[in-house]
Each structure stands twice: as structure tokens, then as C-alpha cells.
Design a binder for this molecule. Structure first.
Ligand code: KPL
Length: 284
């Protein structure tokens, strides 16, 4: 299948690499010309040469059968207007909950949404696949054929909204704290006070958004923290680089969901404001 990928970050390039390994023809679209990694490191540490087909011309991707949008969530507002003319299905694989934003800007288009739990990063010019995971996606049933065509790289999920909400909750529990305290993920379970803070925050989310109770246990939260204990969360990374964060797509939607039910999430709201205040620091 001919697949286009918008965004040459770690997740976009890893998706390209995995699809190419299964014989798909992939073209990566990047907004600005920059070097893309030539080396790929597998989760077991083996190095391979890679060569991605990259373009910065939107017209080149118009003929692909599927366009995967793998930009950071905060780049979507700039990218969405360009996607209006693309006739095929669009798969959005951002961190967080972006479907409302997409629906506002692309009313007529066929959109599906996905969640990635592979570990990937680009370091010293090497694309590193740091942990095996999956890319699950879902939406209107008529797009389930994509999972069959794309083989094991993408898995169809009939309740993708639950997968995305669960992931947003996990990211809300881990990312702001690690970014504010400038610590790696594992510190949240190693430090007793932080461990208790995560537990209280978890209780607040479960009370405020009751559907989460069936989707996410406290064990799941600490299991992820331990499995990614040496990781720098994506939000900590964004703050360290002085970039915007995805807080408006990860944390804010949870506040809005709870608010619709007449509930307020004080810990979540407080963390949201603290991360927002970091943004102020970089804008000044
Ligand atoms: O998804 C992540 C992120 O950093 O955004 C976790 C799972 C927290 C891993 O760092």
C-alpha cells in the first residue's frame, strides 16, 4: 500500500520504518527541510542503515492511499488546513485527544484516530526503537480494511475512544509531574511522597471520570511508570527544549469531560495551570 506520513519525528519515522519492513511504500512529509536519521537502532540494540523517502512538498503525498498524521498535537492547527484537499482516509496518531479539533477543521474528511505505545526517540541522529508496542486505531467501521491491508503494524480497535482516554489519563498522571519536577518517570514510584501524589491524583481521575475505573487500574499506572522508569516523558522533553507542550490535548480534555458531568478535578486543574505557566516562561 502507498502510505504518506506527515511529520518526521521519532513516531512518524518509526511508523514509516515498520511499514516499510512489511513491504509498504512510504513517503514522509516534513514541514521544514532537516536531516532525517540514516541509522536505526532496534529495541535489542542492533544498528541498521535506513533510508527514508522524504519530501517537503504536499503535492507529492496527494496520491497515497492513506495519510498518517504523526505531528505533535500542538502542530495540528497549522497542518490541518493543508489536509483539507486530501481525498483519502487520514489517520491521526497524536498523544492526547485531538478528535474535537480535527472535526472542527476537517468536517468533510474521513478521519480515524490511533494510539501508539511503541517507545521511540531520535538521539544523536539515530532513530531508536526503545520499546516494542503497537499502533491501534479505530473510527468508522468502513476503515477497518486498513488494518487488514497494513498487516501487523496497525491493529483495528472497535473502542478506540477508550484506548485514547486511557492513554490521556496515563499521560496526565505521569507527564506534568515529571516535567515540573524535571525527573525521569521512575522517580514517581521511587519517591514516597510522589508515589502518594500519583495515587491521590489517580483517585481524583477515577471519581471525576467514572468510565476510567474500568479502563485503568492503579497497578496499570505504576506498571507503566516502572516499565518506562528511565524515560524522560514527552512533556518533560518539550519543557527542557523550551517547546510548547501537549497539555491542551492531554490534560485539558480530561478537565472538560469531568466538567460536563458537573465535576471539578482540582489536582488535574492545578497541574494544568502550572504547566501553562511554564509556557509563559518561554514566551517572555
Ligand atoms: O507516553 C509517554 C510520554 O512520555 O508521553 C509515557 C508513557 C509517559 C512514557 O514516557
Amino acid at each position: 500500500m502507498k502510505v504518506g506520513i506527515v511529520g518526521a519525528g521519532a513516531i512518524g519515522l518509526l511508523t514509516a520504518k515498520l511499514l516499510e519492513d512489511f513491504g509498504h511504500q512510504v513517503l514522509v512529509l516534513q514541514r521544514t527541510k532537516k536531516e532525517v536519521p540514516m541509522l536505526f537502532q532496534t529495541p535489542s540494540g542492533d544498528l541498521e542503515m535506513v533510508s527514508f523517502s522524504v519530501t517537503d512538498n504536499w503535492e507529492d503525498v496527494e496520491s497515497v492511499e492513506l495519510l498518517i498524521v504523526a505531528t505533535k498535537a500542538y502542530h495540528l492547527p497549522a497542518v490541518l488546513p493543508q489536509l483539507r484537499t486530501y481525498p483519502g482516509p487520514l489517520l491521526f496518531i497524536q498523544n492526547g485527544l485531538v478528535s474535537n479539533l480535527v472535526a472542527k477543521k476537517l468536517k468533510e474528511t474521513a478521519n480515524v484516530f490511533g494510539s501508539v505505545d511503541h517507545g521511540a526517540t531520535i538521539q544523536d541522529g539515530i532513530l531508536m526503537h526503545t520499546g516494542h508496542g503497537s499502533i491501534r486505531f479505530g473510527g468508522e467501521e468502513k476503515f477497518a480494511y486498513l488494518a487488514t491491508e497494513l498487516g501487523p503494524v496497525l491493529k483495528w480497535e472497535s473502542h478506540i475512544e477508550h484506548v485514547l482516554l486511557r492513554k490521556a489519563a496515563l499521560n496526565t498522571l505521569i507527564n506534568p509531574l515529571t516535567a515540573l519536577l524535571d525527573v525521569r518517570n521512575g522517580t514517581l514510584s521511587e519517591n514516597k511522597a510522589l508515589q502518594r501524589a500519583v495515587i491521590s491524583h489517580y483517585d481524583e481521575l477515577i471519581l471525576g471520570i467514572p468510565v476510567l475505573e474500568e479502563l485503568l487500574s492503579l497497578e496499570d499506572v505504576f506498571d507503566l511508570i516502572k516499565r518506562t522508569s528511565t524515560n524522560t516523558s514527552s512533556m518533560r522533553n518539550d519543557v527542557l527544549r523550551g517547546e510548547e507542550t501537549e497539555v491542551d490535548y492531554i490534560v485539558k480534555p480530561l478537565l472538560e469531560i469531568a466538567e460536563k458531568e458537573g465535576r471539578y478535578l482540582p489536582i488535574t486543574g492545578y497541574l494544568y495551570e502550572l504547566i501553562q505557566s511554564k509556557r509563559g516562561e518561554y514566551d517572555r
